[in-house]
Design a binder for this molecule. Structure first.
Ligand SMILES: Nc1ncnc2c1ncn2[C@@H]1O[C@H](COP(=O)(O)OP(=O)(O)OP(=O)(O)O)[C@@H](O)[C@H]1O
Length: 244
């Protein structure tokens, strides 16, 4: 479960995130959408404890992130849009490093080899990460975030740079995690992917959540059968025209 109440972030005079609240359930795949500069990354960086909110509260699987940051971060996995991987390690060394970092008993475990295989990385797992493409770095970065079996996983633009097969593998891996009760948040501009994958979406615009729900719920709320792309454009453009 991931819970946020009244999140706000100011950068000087600029309010990047304004009174954002939501509850994501165990096993839920949540799509976090919004135009450029809407405040998605800023919100995510607060949710994973990299940026201190100006105001607001966050709980990760019932643990208060601001009061018990270490315990909360143990329950979190986070893949930024530019993967945080170590170029001077090989893929397998990186996974061992991540297991050590999170104090995983028994080290990397058999799941990692399975993920390496699923993501077509087995043959390059002993090569230096500096030789990997962007998509390969994304994939090894993601596996590194799964080693400690987080209860909440946040992925910023995870499908950028992935080939179609890897994108499908990612969807399968995320669905499998949700089936096991993990809460997954992905931010994306790929609305068709979001419509295909996500149980619910939240649309952010100018620092605020302007709509939240399943695509069917949003269609019912706005009396339309439009797809997510049309709904997204209508809601964010309407906000621009100050009609919402
Ligand atoms: N460190 C910072 N200092 C000042 N302003 C910032 C800082 N980080 C973000 N902002 C501003 O906050 C707003 C939200 O940015 P953010 O990166 O969260 O948007 P986003 O929704 O992730 O956008 P994108 O889809 O383009 O990645 C933007 O106006 C941005 O310029």
């Amino acid at each position: 479960m991931l819970w946020a109440r009244g999140l706000r972030k100011e950068f000087g005079d600029k309010v990047a995130v304004d009174d954002v609240s939501f509850t994501l359930n165990p096993g839920e795949l949540f799509g976090f959408l919004g135009p450029n500069g809407a405040g998605k990354t800023t919100t995510i960086r607060m949710l994973v404890g990299l940026l201190r909110p100006t105001r607001g509260e966050i709980q990760v699987a019932g643990v208060d992130l601001l009061r018990q940051p270490v315990e909360a971060k143990r329950k979190l996995g986070y893949l930024p849009d530019k993967p945080m991987v170590h170029d001077k390690l090989t893929g397998r060394e990186f996974l061992r490093f991540m297991a050590h970092l999170y104090d995983v008993r028994g080290g990397v475990g058999p799941n990692a080899e399975e993920w390496l295989q699923q993501f077509d990385l087995t043959d390059v797992a002993d090569n230096l990460i500096s030789t990997y493409s962007h998509g390969m770095k994304q994939k090894i970065g993601l596996i590194g975030q799964l080693i400690h079996e987080p209860q909440v996983l946040l992925l910023d633009e995870p499908t950028v740079g992935l080939d179609p097969k890897s994108a499908r593998t990612l969807r399968n891996v995320l669905n499998g995690l949700c089936d096991r009760g993990v809460t997954v948040l992905i931010s994306t501009h790929q609305l068709q992917t979001a419509e295909l994958m996500c149980h619910r979406v939240g649309i952010m615009d100018r620092g605020k959540i302007v709509a939240i729900g399943s695509v069917a719920e949003l269609q019912a709320r706005y009396h339309t059968e439009s797809n997510l792309e049309d709904l997204f454009l209508r809601l964010t453009e309407a906000a621009e025209d100050h009609h919402v």
